[in-house]
Design a protein. Structure first.
Length: 264
């Protein structure tokens, strides 16, 4: 029965007692997810290549009364990923949430793409997600609970729009969606949910090259019905939803957040 006096659970307590690892969290969307999940009560492992930068985010979380740990981790290196998981368990005792977010986006015409470009993008954007998901899922499987949120992109394929100069990036993001679906099925018996988020153009340092070219920027905005870039906070709201029990019946889904781009 619905009664108005039953207060809805505050967003600030949605993740109370949970422990979340966010990769690529020194800036951009990763930092925003770290702050959002911390506000919701989770203890956060802020992980990225630069420890110093991670420590700045940790300070910000601690200043607001949250708990966090900075961990240097290049997601392409298995030893560093394993070390990140070890440090998380040592400090906080468990892993409830992994946000696979670390990524790069290099705009380059396909005919000029080198093998090194391809390998670098696939290594960070896809192999990195595999290594982190596997290391975290091993802990989650022991607990018989966990949530993985993989950050894909609308450049993931099968959406009716191709993205020129992003062949390698698109291949990596499509791979993430396939991985998300396979993992959702395989990890369901361990009560681990796996979903993906596919953002459109979000205002972070990653889109600086786009912003520095007014013509391309104008053409991009013209394709977005809401006619603006997304804010990191808007994506973090979705990540919080997928990371929390509010989405308890969702697994294997890829949720688009793009200001309407793919609806056009
Ligand atoms: P960002 O501001 O460039 O942040 C990405 C972070 O990942 C950076 O701090 C980066 O560190 C880090 N990183 C790169 N390689 C790494 C590695 N090997 N190990 C650990 N960390 C690494 O980009 P963002 O826009 O927030 O992107 C976050 C995620 O959203 C990415 O997966 C991206 O593909 C996805 N996405 C972004 C958009 C968008 O419009 N912004 C749209 C769709 C999807 P360095 O700076 O040192 O390289």
């Amino acid at each position: 029965m619905f009664e108005l006096k039953d207060k809805p659970r505050s967003e600030n307590s949605l993740l109370r007692g949970k422990v979340a690892i966010i990769t690529g969290a020194r800036r951009g969307m990763g930092k925003s997810h770290a702050l959002k999940l911390a506000k919701a009560g989770a203890k956060i492992v802020v992980s990225d290549i630069s420890l110093e930068e991670c420590q700045k985010v940790v300070k910000e979380i601690e200043k607001g009364g949250g708990k966090a740990l900075a961990v240097k981790c290049d997601v392409t290196k298995r030893e560093q990923v394993d070390e990140m998981v070890k440090k998380t368990i040592k400090k906080f005792g468990r892993i409830d949430i992994l946000v696979n977010n670390a990524g790069i986006c290099q705009f380059k015409p396909f005919l000029e793409l080198t093998e090194e470009d391809w390998d670098k993008t696939l290594d960070i954007n896809l192999k990195g997600y595999f290594l982190c998901a596997q290391a975290a899922a091993k802990e989650m499987a022991k607990q018989k609970s966990g949530v993985i949120v993989n950050i894909a992109s609308i450049a993931m394929g099968q959406v009716g729009v191709g993205f020129p100069n992003l062949t390698h990036y698109s291949a990596s993001k499509g791979g993430i969606v396939g991985m998300t679906e396979a993992l959702a099925v395989e990890l369901a018996p361990y009560n681990i949910r796996v979903n993906a988020v596919a953002p459109g153009v979000i205002e972070t340092p990653m889109v600086d090259p786009l912003k520095s070219d007014p013509k391309t920027m104008e053409a991009t905005l013209a394709r977005i019905p809401l006619h603006r870039m997304g804010r990191t906070e808007e994506v973090s709201n979705l990540v919080l939803f997928l990371a929390s029990d509010t989405s308890s019946y969702m697994t294997g889904s890829t949720v688009v957040i793009d200001g309407g781009w793919l609806a056009t």
